[in-house]
Design a protein around this ligand. Structure first.
Ligand code: ATP
Length: 232
């Protein structure tokens, strides 16, 4: 279970996230859906421990600020980052060593195949496009076999084949019991993934919807009605 309670984050005088609360049960996919500037990245970065905030965040029942909790989750940032001087393969090896996890050659091959990185594994970070870096960033998150995965706008910058593959990977992870939180401003990207959707705007959660109670095709309309935006 991923639980966010009374989360508030200010940047100077700007209140980016205001008393936000939601929970994603084990083995479910939660979507933070909102327009640009809604506060989605701030929520995800707070969960990932990258920001100081007020409130309580629990990951698998553990206070998210503890080392034990930090070992449970992987975070894929909106802006992928790679060290210029490390190859794709070296990046992944670096992550597995840092987390003390095993990744067999077979698992690595499968990941590279899935994301069409097989012929890119000896390329340096400095030689990769943003989309390729995004794929490597996703692979780095997957190799640590997290119980919870946080994906900040993961589909932005990916080509259609990679988006399709990522959706399959996310559904596989759910099948294995992984808890997943995805932020997005594009409902169509996650339409076939969600178990719960939290609509955010202006730093607030304006609506919480669960799959059992809301038809897929109604979610978009609900999004526009609670955010006051017009469908284009
Ligand atoms: P996007 O989809 O555009 O990434 P978002 O929903 O992820 O948007 P955030 O990036 O969390 O939104 O931003 C929420 C609010 O906080 C916005 O008003 C933004 O301008 C502000 N903000 C975000 N980061 C900072 C920062 N480092 N310093 C000051 N204000 C910030």
């Amino acid at each position: 279970m991923l639980e966010v309670m009374n989360l508030t984050k200010k940047y100077g005088k700007t209140i980016a996230v205001d008393n936000v609360g939601f929970a994603v049960p084990d083995g479910r996919i939660g979507i933070l859906l909102g327009p640009n500037g809604a506060g989605k990245s701030t929520v995800i970065k707070s969960i990932a421990g990258l920001l100081k905030y007020k409130g309580t965040i629990r990951i698998q029942g553990l206070n998210s600020r503890t080392m034990e909790a930090k070992r449970c989750f992987a975070y894929v940032p909106e802006m992928p980052y790679m060290y210029d001087a490390l190859t794709v393969r070296e990046h992944i090896e670096f992550i597995t060593r840092a987390y003390g996890v095993e990744c067999t050659e077979e698992e690595l091959k499968m990941l590279f195949d899935r994301f069409e990185l097989t012929d890119k594994q000896e390329k340096l970070g400095s030689e990769l496009s943003k989309g390729m870096m995004q794929k490597v960033s996703i692979c780095c998150a997957l190799v640590i076999k997290p119980k919870v995965i946080l994906l900040d706008e993961p589909m932005v910058g990916l080509d259609p084949a990679a988006i399709r593959e990522l959706k399959t990977v996310i559904l596989d992870l759910r099948e294995k019991g992984c808890t997943i939180l995805i932020s997005t401003h594009m409902l169509e990207m996650v339409r076939d993934l969600w178990d719960a959707t939290f609509v955010m705007d202006g730093g607030h959660i304006l609506g919480t919807y669960v799959k059992e109670n809301v038809a897929n095709e109604d979610l978009e309309e609900l999004f526009f009605s609670v955010t006051g935006q017009k469908a284009s």
